[in-house]
Design a protein. Structure first.
Length: 227
């Protein structure tokens, strides 16, 4: 008899616990909502990606439109040009019977120092200098003598060309001698380089000196990538 009472009490207590657990669960479900559904920070629908640009209205049946196009090459060699680490990004590219044309094209490429040095003459060395400048080292004939010249200056963009006008010219001699001959040899150590080997319509916008050459940035609109 005693065991029967204990058993009935245990069953009743267990039933109360089950009922209490269910009640708590129902109340919690009613009082709360799914994670992230409240009006706090981070609420609302997830951000949507920007819709892609629309193709041109006059796109022909034999043409293909690409919203964007990325190209890369370790080296690009043309008849009179060598470029390294070339990266090109085209936007609004249409390909068809008329060729491959980009609404806008951006190109980043490195012009090796050796390529620029070769334009100045045999034996010329072009190398990076302090404070983002560049130095030109070569031997120049002036006043009947061969003079070792080191010219240093800042690289700029002028008329679509990569240009370095020397800010200092060292002839390795007395100061008054260097000052007097500097004007004579200046043109031999001035860099004026036009980047070639890229599609027509690209314009040089910016240039910077780095360890292996001049890093150039060019942009253009309605650029023909291929005939």
């Amino acid at each position: 008899m005693e065991w029967t009472r204990v058993r009935d009490w245990l069953i009743g207590a267990l039933g109360m616990l089950v009922v209490l657990g269910v009640a708590v669960a129902v109340l919690w479900w009613a009082a709360s909502g799914p994670a992230g559904a409240d009006g706090g920070a981070g609420s609302g629908p997830p951000p949507q990606a920007e819709p892609p640009a629309a193709p041109p209205a006059g796109l022909g049946e034999d043409e293909v439109w690409l919203a964007d196009l990325e190209l890369g090459a370790g080296t690009v060699v043309a008849a009179n040009s060598t470029l390294r680490d070339v990266r090109a990004v085209g936007q609004g590219v249409v390909t068809g019977p008329g060729g491959l044309v980009a609404d806008r094209l951006t190109v980043d490429a490195t012009v090796p120092f050796d390529a620029v040095a070769a334009e100045l003459g045999d034996g010329t060395v072009v190398r990076p200098a302090d404070d983002g400048q560049v130095s030109v080292v070569r031997t120049v004939e002036a006043l009947g003598r061969d003079l070792p010249v080191t010219a240093t200056g800042t690289v700029d963009v002028e008329g679509g060309r990569l240009v370095m006008e020397p800010r200092s010219i060292d002839l390795g001699g007395p100061g008054f001698l260097s000052d007097g001959i500097a004007a004579v040899v200046r043109r031999f150590v001035t860099i004026e380089h036009r980047i070639e080997g890229l599609p027509e319509g690209l314009v040089l916008r910016d240039v910077a000196v780095q360890g292996d050459g001049f890093r150039a940035s060019l942009t253009g609109e309605d650029v023909a990538l291929a005939p």
